[in-house]
Design a binder for this molecule. Structure first.
Ligand code: PEP
Ligand code: MN
Length: 366
């Protein structure tokens, strides 16, 4: 039986419509900076909760490691001034205890903590019997099971007000993103747990402020429940993650320019047109599958023939020829090279499996 999570929707515990916007500085640096940022983001009228890191898990020593417990008081002052609920990162039971004592509204578990089941379990144990929302960032490495494991540990401890935060995945290769979005992992999480709300953190994915609007729009188009965006009254002077923070004014502009689409429409013409198009897709998928099955049957015959003639399965020149001709053909039809290559690799792999089975007269697949 498929194990699910027992959840309450983010709409119910944030008491607002999606997309939920959470913003604030990477780190609370001083009381003035925390409160001033909170006031300015509240004035945009577009933010539903204030974020600020108090204990900062820094990759290298010697960087700003957060204000510590005193920062919680700054968060509470910001809450008092703006009425915004506040959220911060917790990495152990002592952080949880301090947050609960101070009156923090929502907790989140950071990417460097989600990777460690001992830490997550410690946090879950410290939350037994406590009714507080907890958001779980993806682990730094692209391991969906680890992300799910953290959600399950909290859920088992009785936490039902949960959301996942997609903040991208660390990689040695440096591309345009600080952390690779790997959207497929977030989509797979949503497919496995449709009731689970996912918030996107475009700031940590991007690593620079120029990409935030693009990533935010993409997240909403993938039906994510909201965004967590880092903002600061003076981003360039921020004590952590300076390059990726935006001013409250820029934040307001980014949010107001986002296109929020519906997940479906009750409009009759829309529904009729969509169902007509889907029928066409169903028909085409049928044909594609039949053709693939036919192709594999022929592979089987080739395998038999190669066996009788004592010829190897893999023939590199033939494979190269297939790749070149098909990519050229597909390109001419408007399909991307990347897609065609991946598809051909899958087909070729299966074809080799089929021929290996014939060649060795094996029942099991290898
Ligand atoms: C943060 O939100 O500032 C942070 C440290 O994020 P992450 O855990 O995603 O690296
Ligand atoms: Mn940060």
């Amino acid at each position: 039986m498929k194990k699910g999570l027992e959840l309450q929707s983010i709409k119910s515990w944030m008491n607002t419509e999606k997309p939920i916007i959470i913003s604030g500085p990477c780190s609370a640096e001083t009381e003035e900076q925390t409160v001033a940022t909170a006031k300015q983001i509240a004035a945009t009228g577009k933010v539903h909760a204030l974020r600020a890191g108090i204990w900062k898990p820094r990759t290298r020593p010697g960087q700003y490691e957060g204000a510590g417990d005193i920062g919680l008081q700054w968060l509470m002052s910001a809450k008092k001034e703006t009425g915004l609920p506040v959220t911060t990162e917790v990495a152990n039971a002592a952080h949880v205890e301090a947050c609960l004592k101070a009156g923090v509204d929502i907790l989140w578990i950071g990417a460097r903590t989600t990777v460690n089941p001992f830490s997550v379990q410690e946090i879950a144990d410290s939350l037994k019997g406590v009714d507080i929302p907890v958001m779980v960032k993806n682990p730094v490495n692209p391991d969906l099971e680890l992300w799910i494991g953290a959600l399950e540990r909290l859920n088992k401890a009785g936490i039902k007000k949960m959301a996942a935060i997609h903040r991208g995945f660390s990689s040695f290769e440096k591309g345009p993103f600080r952390n690779l979005p790997m959207w497929d992992i977030a989509i797979e999480l949503k497919t496995r747990f449709p009731e689970l709300d996912i918030i996107c953190d475009p700031s940590h994915i991007s690593g620079n402020r120029d990409l935030i609007a693009f990533i935010s729009q993409k997240a909403l188009d993938l039906d994510m429940a909201g965004l967590m965006i880092e903002s600061h009254i003076n981003p360039d002077a921020a004590w952590s993650d300076a390059k990726q923070q935006v001013t409250p004014a820029v934040l307001g502009k980014i949010i107001s320019e986002l296109v929020v689409r519906k997940t479906s429409s009750e409009d009759k013409t829309f529904k009729d047109t969509l169902s007509l198009l889907r029928e066409q897709i169903d028909q085409i998928d049928d044909e594609v599958m039949q053709k693939l099955a036919q192709r594999m049957k022929i592979s089987e015959k080739i395998g038999q023939y190669k066996k009788e003639n004592n010829v190897t399965i893999l023939q590199v020149t033939r494979w190269e020829e297939i790749i070149h001709t098909r990519i050229a053909l597909c390109k001419a039809m408007g399909l991307s090279e990347e897609f065609t290559t991946e598809l051909l690799k899958l087909i070729h792999h299966e074809s080799i499996q089929v021929q290996t089975k014939v060649m060795n007269q094996m029942k099991a697949r290898v």
